[in-house]
Design a protein around this ligand. Sequence first.
Ligand SMILES: [Zn+2]
Length: 361
Amino acid sequence: MEKRHLDIFTELIKIDAVSGAELPVARYIEQFFTRLDIKSRTDSAFEETKGNSGNVIVEIGGGGEFFLAAHMDTPRSTLGVAPQFLEDRITSDGTTILGVDDRGGLSAILFAAERALLEGRIKPCTLLFTVCEETTLGGSKYFCPGENLRYGYIFDSHMRPGNFVSETCGAMRFTFTFRGKAAHAGISPEKGVNAIQLASAAIARFPFGWINENSNANIGIVNSGRATNVVSDEYIAIGELRTDSVEFGEEKINSVAREFGEIAAGMGGSVEFGYEWEFLPYKVRENEIPYQRLLSAYKREGLEAKGVKSMGGSDANSFNAKGLKAINLGVGAQNPHGNDEFVLYEDLSASARIAYTLITG
Ligand SMILES: [Zn+2]
């Protein structure tokens, strides 16, 4: 692969910037483009994320109708990262993550943009570098697209280049609060209604795991109780439901809530319930422009193209929810988030070629 690209990647992974602390990466990107005589701006996404930086936005030729994006945060610190440049891949020394998620995607976009700018071949487009992808998708949720922006490519899937996420499920987070009545458990338990008991009866009926091929559900956090001699009066259960259909998800969780309500009422208690969508499902179809442009870019670069459906969310979900057709591209960040993260040189290089083709082609 190109030495210049390797240098950019290495500089980026050495910047410690977990979610909410992206400022040093934002500064790096601003200076990167200043050197190329291109202005960048930073929005106020920190108002949403409470972090120390907004999203960095680089509008070339007025911003164009499409964008390339990568996120600036890493899920864990890269402080002290010692990259190992092996024969076919880069790894850390095993004591930290490598930071390839998403410095792999970020470096590919920067390297491609630099080359295209120096050659005078770059088309009008927007380059977008987001904050807090790993925690809340807060940066992409906050992002306000220019009015001409229509679609984009996110360089952030762990799959190898050529593979891309053209559709995903959405994820809903819900909370059930079971209410009983407190009493002294040792002296007058008959005066109480135990919220733990009624929650247990209800949760035993919860549809854990796969509900159908494209939907699953989980309760992952529960909390109740203050003392062993008190009949607990409150029990909180928090979980998520993932599905490719908003209608199905809402129907399902509402029917669970009705059943929980009946069980709780039958035992002398009650249940309160609420939910919100953390990200919505999306689908970009094969006959749409962003899909078609991507297929021809892969073909040109000799990569086999494969669109897949994912159960996980990324910045692409936020952009699609804003009406921007966005596809998440594989950059080959393998074993993401672990200390055994690695990337193949050929994958970094392929990602940069795809970015270059998209912004010049
Ligand atoms: Zn990522």
